[in-house]
Design a protein around this ligand. Structure first.
Ligand SMILES: NC(=O)c1ccc[n+]([C@@H]2O[C@H](COP(=O)([O-])OP(=O)(O)OC[C@H]3O[C@@H](n4cnc5c(N)ncnc54)[C@H](OP(=O)(O)O)[C@@H]3O)[C@@H](O)[C@H]2O)c1
Length: 289
């Protein structure tokens, strides 16, 4: 058996790499020597290639039985993951575990490019006839807050996702579910919705972060206005991606994803990690750096 891991240094992928590091039947796709070095020592094989390049994708997939497929949101995502869908079927890949996102359902939601991309890619994987398809559909990642760890440690959790409670998920749980689905003789398969232990509003999340950090943390709403756009533009985010994020956050602000996914319980037979676990085990360390 050979398992191909895309985005092995990604937010979810790095934890999957950690889980598979000792196995010699795993292949990791990276774009550069620096990314190969960032992986650290692995028993498997590291191959160079770009997901947007069909020849690279075909080469990476040669002899592969199982594939973990992920890609950042962006202009190239559908082309890159679509490349994998077609080439995986051609290469005889038996199982694909795709990282998607929980979708918005009900009235008043706009079509947003982030969840829309996952629908298109999942459709392509189904059309390609991959025999065993698992689509992981997680809620918002708790790890999204790590780049703002210093500001949170200073007492402010600024975020544009609005007032609704949602099941913020620790990506370590997503990686464990992905590993279980990749390695199982019989995967659970189908769509697996993954949430954290309970639904929390941003002020509730800020409270939990504050408890772990030993100081009050206050949630500050960030409106989706020109200043928000300008801030992202300054950080090099393209107008296309900003529009996509605008649609996504508008949906969160409208209501968000209803209820909690039970994927961790179904696949791993345990409760998901809590926001408190994340705050004390991950955020506190990031805030000290
Ligand atoms: N953030 C959330 O709250 C959230 C919630 C639900 C679902 N999701 C979904 O999660 C997915 C992203 O997963 P993630 O956050 O784990 O990934 P990620 O951290 O965004 O992935 C980054 C990695 O992708 C690699 N990469 C980028 N372009 C590439 C290309 N053309 N070819 C090969 N590798 C490439 C980069 O490799 P290099 O090291 O070479 O740069 C980098 O290591 C998105 O589809 C998003 O919709 C996110």
């Amino acid at each position: 058996m050979t398992i191909l891991i895309t985005t092995p240094n990604g937010t979810v992928g790095r934890h999957l790499t950690e889980a598979l590091r000792e196995r010699d039947d795993v292949r990791y796709l990276v774009r550069s020597a620096a990314a190969a070095e960032a992986l650290g020592e692995v028993a498997g094989e590291v191959v160079r290639g770009d997901a947007s390049d069909t020849a690279d994708v075909r080469k990476a997939l040669a002899g592969v039985d199982r594939l973990y497929l992920a890609h950042p949101f962006g202009e190239q995502q559908i082309a890159a993951e679509g490349n994998f869908a077609l080439s995986a079927a051609e290469a005889g890949v038996r199982r694909v575990v795709k990282l998607g996102a929980r979708c918005f359902t009900g009235d008043g939601f706009v079509q947003d490019a982030v969840t829309g991309a996952h629908e298109v890619i999942t459709g392509r994987l189904r059309d390609a006839g991959v025999p065993e398809l698992t689509v992981l559909s997680p809620d918002r990642f708790l790890q999204n807050f790590l780049p703002a760890a210093a500001a949170i440690a200073d007492g402010t959790l600024a975020d544009p996702a609005g007032p609704g409670a949602r099941g913020y998920v620790d990506v370590r749980d997503i990686a464990e579910v992905a590993a279980a689905e990749l390695l199982a003789e019989r995967p659970v398969g189908g769509e697996i919705e993954i949430s954290g232990r309970r639904a929390l509003t941003l002020p509730e999340l800020a409270d939990r972060f504050g408890s772990a950090l030993g100081r009050p943390v206050r949630h500050v709403d960030v409106p989706l206005d020109d200043a928000w756009r300008a801030g992202l533009t300054e950080r090099g985010v393209t107008p296309w991606v900003i529009d996509g994020l605008h649609g996504l956050y508008a949906n969160y602000r409208h209501e968000g994803v209803a209820g909690l996914g039970d994927g961790v319980q179904r696949v791993l037979g345990r409760l998901p990690r809590s926001a408190e676990d994340f705050a004390s085990e991950v955020l506190v360390r990031a805030a000290r750096r």
